[in-house]
Design a protein around this ligand. Sequence first.
Ligand code: AGP
Length: 607
Amino acid sequence: MCGIIGYAGHRPALPIIVEGLKSLEYRGYDSAGVAYAQKGRLNVVRSEGKLNVLEKKLERVNALSATCGIGHTRWATHGLPTEKNAHPHIDEEGRLALVHNGIIENYQELKAELQKEGHKFWSDTDTEVLAYLISKGCHLKDTIPEAISWALKQVDGSYAFALIDLKNPGKIWAARNSSPLLLGVGTGENFVASDIPAFLPYTREVIFLEDNQMVEMDANAWQLYDVETLNPLSKKNQHITWDLQAAQKSGYKHFMLKEIFEQPQVIRDCLAGRVDERKGTLVLPELEDMAIPKGLSIVACGTSYHAGLWAKYLIEAWAKIPVQVEIASEFRYRSLVMNKDDLILAISQSGETADTLAGIRIAKEKGVHVLGLCNVVGSSVARESDTVIYTQAGPEISVASTKAMCSQLVLMTLLAYYWGEKKGTLPKEIKEKILPGLLALPKQLKEELPMIRKKAKKLSKEYAWAKNFFYLGRGINFPLALEGALKLKEISYIHAEGYAAGEMKHGPIALIDPEFPTFALALDDFLLPKVKSNLKEVQARGGKIITLTHKGANIQEDDSWVIPRVSGPLSSFFVLPALQLFAYEMAVYLGKDVDQPRNLAKSVTVE
Ligand code: AGP
């Protein structure tokens, strides 16, 4: 998730582009750049780090006469957040400049073909390949729209990009597939951008481009086309009433809610380029040179620790690899006994969590290979791990981690599948159902989320009196119960304990009474009969119970919450947002500051 902007108008373009990028920094902030044509030259200024670094560089640039340009603020996915990988990327002739948000899944193959034709690449990015492809199209076709259409026919993946051409000053072309792209219609000026905040100070007249649509614009006119056929399209403006804050949250009240509703897209982005649908196999180049671990220790904190605990169940069942899951702040101070053939899997959204980093350093001192699984490209965990694989969830602004955990579960499902397939231990049913199931999830979850939220809102109101909550689960639902309790604690400040349902009778059940409700994960799997008997024990002590379950699981508790029935562990992708939304709606109902809970930081970089 990056932020792109394009401006064609009557004002100096760069100040408008930089201001626009500032309001898009929540989409990515690890490097940035702008491009504009002036005096017959294509000018590109890029920088590593936050936007203020770019602004410093632009102070030395006199571009006042440039009234057309493009800009980008990056969230790295392919290629470290360095200046050479920052956007805009230009073609070899220095004629085209392009900014892009999305993932070109088949960029390796396209790059190899272009290299065979003698093209030299400067960056590690997928985006540079797109710029070169369109440039090649310019030699084969008569117009830029034809060149773009030709190039995009060869591209697999998601994209929203904006392009300028030295030979056509004052014009911008932009197109989208899966990544958001909007046209801002002004008077004597027009804008393209990833999101509304980029041009909100100048116009509230917006056209939302659909997939496979392209726009050609200049200061005074714009035209939409179908990317494939180049047929002209017409579309009505929409008038936006949001203020800037709301716009950055795409109209959601909080970043946490926005990020929960981003999970369908996050699943799609995390799978992007990693599942070969035709062959039904996985493409995980990061793991190709890595031996299949004899044993695995997962090291993490908080929500990432819960994701690791969830993955343990899959990796042991599918790949028959013994898995230890370690709380990093304990792991780092223990007298560790490790085998050199073992693998450490360090999970961290931010990649900056001190305890997890310390765990990595200890493991490396003991000569054990470390695989870092994180969301922030180029972060400390990524840099210090021997191998790194990214969750591609985009920037997570809300302190309470939601979409990052979803992406961690997706990626570790792929790891379990990959090692199971390599070892030949993958159960037949999993081999048949899991990849198609994962690919179908984004659409299913997108349809289901509004209903899940509606139920969460209703139940949170009904249980807002509670001062304590138990979360119970068995099997892969035990780690999710822990996560549900953590979410309720960290944003609604209600005391909550996640517990393995079978453990209740060994003590905690003493706490159960009508004032101490239970949130039970009672999915219709082989453990349901066991969970049912645990819930009988709770009910016998007057405890009120919310049960998250499947249709037809025949659960008769106080409040039954039904989620779609999907294959095996994939139900977790509906359980997770239900737990997140219950906590979210409870916090909103209780008037808590959801995005910035008290006493908490987004990444814990101190001891
Ligand atoms: C989760 O909502 C919290 N923000 C916290 O528990 C977090 O998961 C933990 O600090 C680990 O962070 P990391 O994934 O960035 O390492």
